[in-house]
Design a protein around this ligand. Structure first.
Ligand code: PLP
Length: 393
């Protein structure tokens, strides 16, 4: 028996399958369609003939969904207009008034806003567990909960969850689980294989890879859970444009190569930052000694290039001066594209119910595909503005 193909191969082989007849381009066509015409009246509602209306998704959306489902090891996968919608749809689909949702206190900010504003207004109670809670504390907090929303590593502070331990307990307690797996891009970690019911990711980040589109994906193992999610997408009328899906499919073909390079460079940068006196801590699970390192080493096959950097002492204004001094890092939200980015994040920490104790301002870096030696040189000259105030006497 030949060994099963690796991710690199699996992401490309659907592009090279032979046409059933004649010739075809490697990439599927972009079909922009609302209306689809039929040969005869009897065909109008025949689902065996493919999409009935543009909202069902044309060739490119279908290929992308099939590839995502295969990579996630899921029964099915759906596209959503943004990564945020990929998180909010399962919460809407799987809860009813009177239910309780438990989430990490470090959940992505707009997810938190949706839970606190939209879901609370619809009679769903929201609880947050501390971002650094170990599995037994999360499990203890699950009593009476309908849905657990996990994000691992967590936004901004990169705490990791022991997903297999938590999902095993969730099954016993009848709690459904959703995991935002954007950092692992659906590749470095496979939530469904670790017992998660719904795996979601923002395709806008690494899968797209070029900072030029917004999209999310939802994958499920169980058909009944999938039906609830499909019904919600259908009822809300969500659709993902073929142009975006085409770009995302193109991005996916090279995802493993880009991720490996992001991870290699990010580790070099993280190690360098950790050695600097201006830096109190680097929050990057692949870095030995970092928050989440043990679980990352046990469960992950790769990494993203996104990390937190806690500066030692100082003010937000001084942190901003460091960011302003950077020449190779764009200053902007999001991550997962080819470019390096920097933001400062201390403001967002104020929303937390269990605030983390940080030694100074929190900066977030996305390490792109530039030469890491150049990025380190850039950080070196930018940190010089900070070094003036913080160098040991
Ligand atoms: C962890 C996480 N989940 C979801 C999202 C949402 O993705 P999108 O920007 O496509 O809505 C983001 C975006 O920053 C994110 O960081």
């Amino acid at each position: 028996m030949p060994q099963p193909p690796s991710d690199r191969t699996r992401l490309i082989r659907s592009a090279t399958r032979k046409p059933t007849e004649g010739r075809r381009p490697v990439n599927p066509p972009i079909e922009r369609a609302s209306t689809l015409l039929n040969a005869r009246a009897a065909s109008l509602r025949d689902p065996s003939l493919g999409p009935v209306y543009g909202i069902d998704g044309m060739t490119v959306q279908r290929e992308l969904r099939a590839l995502l489902a295969e990579m996630e090891g899921g029964a099915d996968a759906w596209l959503t207009p943004t990564g945020l919608a990929a998180v909010t749809i399962p919460v809407l689909a799987l809860t009813r008034p009177g239910d309780t949702v438990l989430a990490t206190d470090a959940v992505y900010g707009p997810t938190r806003r949706f839970l606190d504003r939209h879901m609370v207004a619809r009679g769903v109670s929201i609880r947050y567990h501390p971002a650094d809670a170990p599995a037994d504390r999360i499990i203890a907090a699950m009593d009476g909960v309908r849905l657990l929303v996990m994000e691992s590593p967590a936004s901004l502070t990169f705490e990791m969850v022991d997903v297999a331990a938590v999902t095993a307990a969730a099954r016993d307690k009848g709690v459904l689980t959703v995991m935002d797996n954007t950092w692992a891009a659906g590749l470095a970690f496979r939530p469904l294989a670790h017992g998660v019911d719904v795996s979601v990711q923002a395709i806008s980040k690494y899968a797209a890879g070029h900072s030029d589109l917004l999209m999310g994906a939802i994958a499920v193992a169980d058909a009944q859970v999938g039906r609830a999610i499909f019904n919600t997408i259908e009822d809300l009328g969500w659709h993902t444009a073929p142009d975006e899906a085409w770009l995302a499919l193109r991005g996916l073909r090279t995802l493993p190569l880009r991720m490996a390079e992001h991870a290699r460079s990010a580790l070099q940068v993280a190690e360098w930052l950790q050695s600097r006196h201006e830096v109190a801590r680097v929050l990057y699970p692949p870095l030995p000694g970092s928050v989440g390192h043990d679980l990352w080493a046990r469960d992950y096959a790769g990494a993203a290039g996104l990390m937190g950097v806690v500066l030692r002492g100082g003010t937000e204004a001084e942190a901003e001066a460091v960011l302003d001094a950077l020449t190779l890092f764009g200053l902007g939200y999001s991550w997962g594209g080819f470019e390096s980015l920097a933001t400062h994040e201390t403001g967002q920490m104020a929303l937390r119910r269990h605030p983390a104790t940080l030694e100074g301002p929190l900066v977030r870096l996305h390490i792109g595909l530039e030469d890491p030696a150049d990025l380190i040189a850039d950080l070196d000259q930018a940190l010089a503005t900070w070094g003036v105030r913080s160098s040991p006497a």
